[in-house]
Structures are given as structure tokens and as C-alpha cells.
Design a protein around this ligand. Structure first.
Ligand SMILES: [Fe+2]
Ligand SMILES: [Fe+2]
Length: 369
């Protein structure tokens, strides 16, 4: 299991207009908390509860009150080990040199021009806080950690009951989008094995495929997010299937299949009891094994009875299962996996198989699709 305690960056800014863009750029690589320089006059909650990975400042170093506040912030136990990175504003003459010296005097490890574009700033910050990772590594690792926490929050209610921690689930969605956008789908699909549990691996595979196809089809952002959230939660009912069936090396017998097929309804019911009201999430959990020709389960729905996004998720789900490696089965190559999807004929929406192929395969590998 990978490290899921991510820590955060504290951004101290007296320029809230710029702060938002800086926080957004840093936010794809790390959690960011933002505070003004008048720290001790504000309530920022308990900053010592999590690991502070670094402090970034965007304050006027020639303003004595700001520097005094910054020193106060840095005295906080949680900040003592965190490297300080300071953005310096362009000022005339020797004042620029003075500000550099003031930042160094407070302990700045690196100083950057405040005119640095936010993306470059984020790369410089990652270079300081995670010297062993590039910014793309960091974005992908963050995606794996956050979506892993989301799946953990979902599976927790399978055993413990109660309400699903939806904020944690939601916090796992955008990091998947960012990881696919910046690191690419192939890398994501190759990286989910850092989680050692098959349901984690599969949920993250389906979420990554869902993100790639939704982006490729230019879904509006909110629809991308809903689709990925539904993907993360689609198979939670498998948490109730005995492991000897779930991980059986070889074919399931009829009785075992009957048990396996219960996971869709079980998952749906756990979501309802856990407080999920989103129609797509509920529909996906219940109907992601329906087939257009009526041969699926649990309700043997046909054609129009299956909502479009659920049909698309079904295709992502089958593709994920085909390319997954298991101790008892080899992973199919993308070409072989699409061969199988196309051979399923009227069971699947062909245009959607094409859409997934466009998202997954490079053009030269797509053949006639
Ligand atoms: Fe399933
Ligand atoms: Fe699945």
C-alpha cells in the first residue's frame, strides 16, 4: 500500500487575488492551505494535525508586520521542519536586494520571483519538497493516494455500515483527472499496482479509464467528476463477496457465479444506506453488468433501459477486467482486449467501444475501430 499521508503546503499570502492562481497550480501536486500574513489574528484551525511539507510565502518583505507574522507562523511546531520558499516582488533599486536578505533572514531556502508563472512555481516547490519526484510523478502519486483513500472510505462502510465519507470520496476525483491529464492513461494503468488489494486496483483502473474516455468525449467538468465518482464506487458490493470466490483461480461454478452476481445489488443497497443520492452512482453500481441484448444482470435490462453513461462504464469495466493481471490469469494486451469487446457484438454499444479505443490506443494501434 502506498503512503497516503500526503501532508500539505502552507501558502502565506497577502495578495489574495494572486493567491488563488498559485494555490490552484500547487493544488494539482499537493494539498494546499492558504493563510493571510496576519496569522495570529485569524483562526486557521489546528495546523499541527498533519505534516506540513513546506511553506510558500507571497508577502511584502518590506512590510514589518508581515515579516513578524511570518516568523510567528514558522514558530508553530508543525512548520519547524518545513522548508520555506519565498516569492519576491520586483521592487526598485537596492530594495530588491534588501527583500532578498530579509527573506533569507527568516530562513527562506529558495527565493523565486513573484512573476514566476504558477506552473513553474509548482515545479520549483515540488523540487524542494519532494526532490526524488518530478512534478508529473507527484501529480500521479497524489492521484493514486487520494483515489486510494476514496476507495478505502467506500469499502469501510461495507464492513462497518454507517454513512459514506463523501468528502473523502470527492477528494479522490480531481486527482484522478489531473493524473491522467498530466501523466497519461498508460502510466496510470501501470501504476495502480502500488495498491495491493484487487478491489482497489480494479476501482482505480476503471476510474482512470472513465476519466480518459470522459475527457476524450469532452464531457463538461462536472460530468467528468460524476462519472469518475461513480467509477470509484461501482464495485463496492464486492467487499461482501467471499474472497475464495472473488479471487478464485479458475472458472467459477454456477453456485459461485450466483453469489458473485449479488455484488451489484448489494453495492447499490450499501450506497443507499450510506447516504448516496446521486442517480448515476446508484444506477452504475446496480446496472454495470447489464448487456444491451438483455443477457446481463441483475435485472436483464435491454437497450434503452440502460442509461448511456452506465453503458459506457460497463465497457470501461470489462476492459479493465481484461487488462488486469492476476496470479491466475495473464493480462490481455490492449489489442486483444478490444478484440474481445468488439466480438461481444450487440451486447455493447459499438460507438462507445470506439470511444474507449480512441482514448486508450494510439492512432496507429487503432486499426479499423
Ligand atoms: Fe462489478
Ligand atoms: Fe467492476
Amino acid at each position: 500500500m502506498i503512503e497516503t499521508k500526503e501532508g500539505y503546503i502552507l501558502l502565506v499570502t497577502d495578495r489574495l487575488d494572486r493567491g488563488e492562481a498559485v494555490a490552484e497550480a500547487l493544488g494539482i501536486a499537493m494539498d494546499v492551505r492558504v493563510t493571510g500574513p496576519d496569522f495570529y489574528n485569524q483562526d486557521h484551525g489546528d495546523l499541527s494535525g498533519d505534516v506540513c511539507k513546506g511553506v510558500v510565502t507571497d508577502i511584502a518583505f518590506n512590510r514589518e508586520a508581515s515579516v513578524k507574522s511570518l516568523r510567528q507562523i514558522l514558530r508553530n511546531k508543525a512548520m519547524r521542519e518545513a522548508p520555506l520558499m519565498s516569492m519576491l516582488r520586483k521592487v526598485d533599486g537596492s530594495e530588491g536586494e534588501n527583500n532578498f536578505m530579509r527573506a533569507k533572514a527568516v530562513g527562506a531556502k529558495i527565493c523565486l520571483s513573484a512573476a514566476t508563472p504558477p506552473r513553474k512555481l509548482a515545479a520549483a516547490v515540488v523540487n524542494t519538497t519532494h526532490p526524488d519526484q518530478s512534478i508529473v510523478d507527484r501529480i500521479v502519486n497524489r492521484g493514486l493516494a487520494k483515489s486510494g483513500l476514496a476507495v478505502g472510505a467506500i469499502l469501510k462502510v461495507v464492513d462497518a455500515g454507517g454513512a459514506i465519507d463523501l468528502p473523502t470520496v470527492d477528494a479522490g476525483v480531481d486527482p484522478v483527472i489531473n493524473a491522467i491529464r498530466h501523466g497519461g492513461l498508460a502510466r496510470w494503468l501501470d501504476s495502480v499496482w502500488v495498491h495491493d488489494d484487487t478491489t482497489y486496483q480494479h476501482s482505480l483502473q476503471v476510474a482512470g479509464l472513465a476519466a480518459a474516455v470522459a475527457m476524450n468525449l469532452h464531457f463538461p467538468k462536472a460530468d467528468q467528476q460524476r462519472f469518475i465518482r461513480a467509477a470509484l464506487m461501482h464495485d463496492l458490493g464486492k467487499g461482501r463477496i467471499p474472497l475464495k470466490i472473488l479471487n478464485k483461480p479458475g472458472k467459477l461454478d454456477d453456485g459461485e457465479w450466483a453469489v458473485m452476481r449479488t455484488h451489484a445489488k448489494i453495492g447499490h443497497d450499501i450506497l443507499v444506506r450510506g447516504g448516496v443520492t446521486d442517480e448515476l452512482t446508484l444506477n452504475t453500481a446496480l446496472h454495470h453488468h447489464e448487456m444491451l441484448d438483455g443477457t446481463g444482470y441483475p435485472d436483464r435490462l435491454r437497450g434503452d433501459g440502460i442509461a448511456d453513461p452506465v453503458r459506457l462504464m460497463t465497457i470501461c469495466d470489462i476492459y479493465a477486467a481484461l487488462i488486469e493481471k492476476r496470479p491466475y490469469k495473464d493480462a490481455k494486451s490492449p489489442e486483444d482486449a478490444f478484440g474481445i469487446l468488439y466480438s461481444m457484438g450487440d451486447k455493447l454499444e459499438r460507438s462507445m467501444v470506439n470511444a474507449l479505443a480512441r482514448a486508450v490506443l494510439k492512432p496507429e494501434e487503432r486499426g479499423a475501430a
